[in-house]
Design a protein around this ligand. Sequence first.
Ligand code: 9MR
Length: 470
Amino acid sequence: MRNMHPVTGFALSIALLGTSFTSVLAAEPTIRELAKERGRYIGTILNSEWFNDDIEPEFEEIHKTQFNVVVAENEMKFDATEPSENEFNFAKGDKMVEYAKANKIRVRGHALAWHSQVAGWVSSNYAGQKEKLLAVLKNHIEKVVGHYKGQVAEWDVVNEAVNDEYNAGWRSTNSVWYEGIGAEFLDSAFVWAHAADPDAELCYNDYSLEWGLREGSKASFVVEQVKRWKQNNIPITCVGTQTHIEIAHETTPQNVRALAKALNELGVVLNITELDIGFPKGSAGQLTAADYAKQGHLYRQFMDVFLEEPNMGEFVIWGLTDAHSWLDEQQGKTEGLLYDKQYKPKPAYDSIMVSLKEHPAADVVSPYGDVEIVDPIDSTGTDSTDVGDTTQVLKRAGLAGSFSMHVSGHTLFIAGTQSAKVDVFDLQGRPVFRGKCEKGSVELSDISEGLYVVRMRSGSASLTKRIAIK
Ligand code: 9MR
């Protein structure tokens, strides 16, 4: 293996040597191990070269050792999955899902409704025909999300639908969906995706959301839309900030923090979905240790924000190695990723590890169970087992239905709905129970005493609450 970073090289050799050595030589942890302990997902794309079996062997070895969430660079987009009308090609997506299963990696699906990379037949046959386009989009979402039901944890349901104007609004030109259907294509896409896989997380994903929440900005426009979607029971659960930035964009981590906080008020997760931090292309070959340290510092700030904000769940970098990156190919930027062209980790890798280690698992909240917890834990020693009821918070945000829950011993009782899906997580967001409550109660008998987070979902309403099992 050429120029492998000592840490990664060591971890890989250990992995290759087999388990008997690992207990003797406690290896340096990988990113994915630290992420998992924290109930979070950190990952990178699988580049198109991986799908085409045209990539160095180091790529996959590092990818599966270091990361626990994956997304396809191009292979789940409309033109890849439905190249001809109602003829679907899932071969490459299936290849990724198999790889992810074999390596216990979470899968993001990217992207269902996007103005770019739409198969040519859509506009040649149906441009401007609203009913036809709605039927095409519905069929596409039903077939693709249906095919991957239970296997793709989260979808970018709508991608890049906001324009690049100073006063943000919907992207109204060069979008076959918007031009033919209007803004209702977005709402419909979420509803169809939810119907096809009610358990999938559903995201709105866009770029330039890291530019801050000033009036008229893309980020504040998206927050307003999320508010409207939640009020109207449109089943959005997450926003993705792509975050393709440059080394000079020093304020972006704090802008992402502000966006996370604004979305947390709405009970919505923020994921970093396509991070890269590029240098201007002209600087290639002249970059100094200080430049790489600066890049590392920015990566680290994003990781700090990610671990500190309770409603951030996934941190995805748009590429693994500078040898394969859209920055050089299409952007006039360079060297924006964690590994250099020889697969050697850069200071950015070390900075991410430092951030992870400085945020102990016990302090990191996972959004997969804990998004709306705001009240302090009851420490008065009363008999009440309900601590931190978030019903009012959810109601104010228009999120809660009229149902409620309480716990007595190991039994969870619900009121106000006939049936609900119930997920129980430990405080790091690791799932410890998943089931259905059909007749007003569900037994949590296998769960040991302690504090947990329960998420109940019934229709489009959800309630998240911290409970104590005594
Ligand atoms: O990395 C992708 C590149 O290979 C494609 O040519 C390009 C075509 O649009 O899309 C790139 O990925 C984009 C992603 O799907 C959406 N956000 C911006 C990404 C970088 O362009």
